[in-house]
Design a protein around this ligand. Structure first.
Ligand code: HAM
Length: 428
């Protein structure tokens, strides 16, 4: 006879590269999402939500056939009906697709400003700060070419980080030029790169996506890139003037930035302004947000010319950055008042009081599961509540409940009809 194995670990675990958000840490994620959303809402961005999966060709065309995201990192699937779908690896292509499909750009009010918050999926090699399922808050301004719009978005992101109390981040800024000046630069860069001592995959990359080679982190490659031509020195007059205006507006708004002529992002749709927010307390996965202008993306996915700009901020990495800085968020209490009843009658009465408190906006909880008073008071302490309400049959006969200050231990009787008002006053 075999004895069944006794195991304390659960049979199922979250898939590799993913993790669960559970209380109390999950509260920080909500606070981060809220802090990123508040500034964009105030700036007229409307909420957009798109499906978690899309036609795989949307990302292949939009994000770029040669990017790591499309060639290696997409979760693709074929439906029973034969559709080729991909879990969304990013939000920009989807949001633009939704704007075009909903004709938002034809309603006479450009730019169309949209913000979103959700889960994204990339089959990456997991490590701290790099997950296969992660969370972004994003904002896109579709259909206007105006340096003030680029600056607006950057300022709104900075305001989001600052509202959380984050300080140790830097803004890296670059311009990737446009279809006027980028092709000549691309050729100049290719000529330079072809003369270097590089491995075969990198040589292939020179032909498909030479700008990405500039972003190579390997020291032996970096060492050879010193004299590489930079987009900065090849910008056409229009791109140069545009970039100069973005920089001036940022300075006027009190936003510090670092010019980073080697900043190349991992998505192909960027033109002109590109930027990344990096945090130095995070190690290798230091980008806590990024974005830029994507003037050609609409046409790439079959729409009209709609110059646009946007960003996405990483929620997971921002939480890590807050932890790295030791920032304690000012989170609302989950429970202010905890009620414990002795006896059936008191249970009914206190249940009513708790309901009333909640309706009056007070965070209140109740000792469920028929706990004895000692256990209930332990739960009250663990809940973080500032006050406990206790009542037994005798209190009810006298028309009172006991109000206990869990900090000082002080306890007094309060008339049943006055307790909600009293607690609201105490907690105000
Ligand atoms: P992205 O740079 O690929 O841009 O992602 C934005 C942010 O999402 C990153 O800076 C990072 O904080 C977070 N992130 C990305 N991948 C992971 C991962 N595997 N694990 C954890 N966090 C991650 C975009 O997605 C563009 N759609 C941004 C944009 C919007 N550009 C224009 N509009």
């Amino acid at each position: 006879m075999t004895t069944p194995s006794v195991s304390t670990s659960p049979a199922f675990k979250a898939p590799k590269g993913t993790y669960d958000l559970t209380p109390p840490r999950s509260a920080a994620y909500l606070a981060v999402r809220e802090a990123f959303a508040a500034p964009v809402r105030r700036a007229g961005y409307g909420y957009v939500e798109t499906p978690g999966f899309e036609d795989v060709r949307l990302f292949a065309r939009g994000v770029g056939e040669s990017t790591d995201i499309v060639t290696k990192e997409m979760y693709t699937l074929t439906t029973k009906g034969g559709d080729e779908l991909a879990l969304r690896p990013e939000g920009t292509a989807s949001v633009l697709r939704a704007a075009l499909e909903g004709n938002l750009h034809k309603q006479g009010n450009l730019p169309v400003k949209l913000w979103y918050s959700g889960s994204y999926y990339r089959y990456e090699r997991p490590q701290k700060g790099r997950y296969r399922h992660f969370s972004q808050v994003g904002a896109e301004a579709i259909g206007a070419e105006d340096p003030a719009l680029d600056a607006e978005l950057i300022v709104l992101a900075v305001d989001g980080y600052r509202a959380l109390g984050l300080t140790g981040f830097r803004l890296l800024l670059n311009s990737l030029g446009d279809q006027e000046c980028r092709p000549a630069y691309r050729t100049a860069l290719q000529d330079f790169l072809r003369g270097l001592d590089l491995d075969e995959p990198t040589r292939e990359r020179i032909e498909i996506n030479p700008l990405r080679v500039l972003d190579d982190k390997r020291p032996e490659v970096r060492a050879q890139l010193d004299g590489a031509p930079l987009m900065r020195d090849h910008l056409c007059e229009a791109c140069k003037a545009y970039h100069e205006q973005v920089r001036e507006l940022l300075t006027a708004a009190g936003v510090a930035y670092e010019d980073d002529p080697r900043l190349v992002r991992g998505l192909d749709y960027y033109t002109r302004t590109t930027f990344e927010f990096v945090h130095d307390g995070l190690g290798a996965q230091s980008a806590i947000g990024g974005g830029g202008r994507y003037d050609g993306l609409s046409e790439m996915i079959g729409g009209p010319a709609l110059p646009s700009v946007g960003w996405a901020l990483g929620v997971d990495r921002t939480v890590l950055a807050l932890e790295a800085e030791g920032v304690a968020l000012d989170l609302p209490a989950t429970t202010d008042v905890y009620a414990a009843a002795l006896g059936e009658q008191a249970r009914r009465t206190l249940f009513g009081v708790v309901t009333e408190l909640r309706r009056a906006g007070v965070a209140a909880d109740f000792a469920f599961g028929g706990k004895g008073l000692k256990n209930a008071m332990k739960s009250a302490d663990r809940s973080g509540a500032r006050y406990a309400l206790v009542a037994g049959e005798r209190d009810l006969d006298e028309g009172v409940v006991q109000l206990k200050d869990l900090g000082s231990g002080e306890q007094r009787a309060v008339a049943l009809g006055a307790v909600v008002g009293e607690l609201r006053k105490l907690l105000a």
